[in-house]
Design a protein around this ligand. Structure first.
Ligand code: COA
Length: 186
C-alpha cells in the first residue's frame, strides 16, 4: 500500500525510478554515508536501482507492512532531498525502528526535523505504535540534536559498524514513548 504524508514543505512518499539520480547523488557522499550503517561507498546508480526495487517489494509484500521507506520530496523543487524509514515494525510489541538522511546542501534548514516529526505522528497516531527506537553513531551531534528536540531519550549503547568507511563505532540507542510524545504535543 502506497502511503504519502504531507507536511508544510515536504511530501514523504514512496521511492520511484525517477529518484535514481537524486538518490545516487545524495548517498554517494561520505559526509552523509559515514553516519549510516548499511550504505556502501561508492554508492552507484545500480545500488540506487536495487534500493528502489527493494522498497517496492517491501510495500507490496503484505497488507501489514513491517517497514515504510519514504523518499523526502521538497515541494518547492519537486525532487527527493533525502530518505526516511520506519522499519522493524512489531505491531504486537507496539514498536518500530527507523532512520533518516538529508542530502548535503539541504541540511540544517529544519527538513530533517519536519520529516521526523511527521514520521513520529504517523507511527503513533496512524499505526498505533507505542514506542520508537532510534539511534545515532558516536559523534553525530546533528542527529542527536534533532532527536533530542523531538523528545527522544538516551537508551544505551551498542557496538556497530559503518559499511561506507568500514569503521567500528558505537551506536547510541534512543527511544521515544508515545506517552511522552503525547505529553509534548497535547
Ligand atoms: C541528521 C540529519 C538527518 C538532521 O537533519 P537536518 O535537516 O540537517 O536537521 P534540522 O535542520 O532539521 O535540525 C534539527 C534540529 O537540530 C539542531 N541541530 C542540527 N545540527 C546541529 C548541531 N550540529 N548542533 C546543535 N544543534 C543542531 C537544529 O538547530 C534544529 O533545531 P531547531 O529545530 O530547534 O532549529 C541530517 O543532518 C543528515 O542527514 N545528516 C547525515 C546523515 C545522518 O546523520 N543521518 C542520521 C543518522 S542517525
Amino acid at each position: 500500500m502506497d502511503i504519502e504524508i504531507e507536511t508544510s514543505r515536504l511530501v514523504l512518499r514512496p521511492w520511484s525510478e525517477a529518484d535514481i539520480e537524486q538518490l545516487t547523488l545524495g548517498l554517494n557522499d561520505l559526509d552523509v554515508a559515514k553516519w549510516l550503517a548499511f550504505v556502501p561507498h561508492p554508492y552507484t546508480a545500480s545500488h540506487a536501482r536495487d534500493w528502489v526495487s527493494r522498497c517496492r517489494e517491501i510495500a507490496s509484500a503484505s497488507a501489514q507492512p513491517t517497514a515504510y521507506e519514504f523518499a523526502i520530496e521538497l515541494k518547492s523543487e519537486l525532487r527527493a532531498i533525502g530518505g526516511i524509514s520506519l522499519n522493524k515494525i512489531d505491531p504486537a510489541a507496539g514498536t518500530a525502528g527507523g532512520g533518516i538522511w538529508i542530502a548535503n546542501g539541504y541540511q540544517g534548514r529544519g527538513y530533517g526535523r519536519e520529516a521526523f516529526d511527521a514520521k513520529i505522528r504517523f507511527a503513533f497516531r496512524d499505526l498505533g505504535l507505542t514506542k520508537l527506537v532510534n539511534g545515532y553513531f558516536d559523534g553525530n551531534e546533528s542527529s542527536w540534536a534533532m532527536q533530542r528536540k523531538l523528545g527522544y531519550r538516551p537508551a544505551g549503547e551498542v557496538p556497530s559498524r559503518c559499511m561506507a568507511d568500514g569503521r567500528q563505532t558505537i551506536e547510541h540507542v534512543t527511544t521515544l514513548l508515545r506517552s511522552d510524545w503525547q505529553g509534548r504535543v497535547g
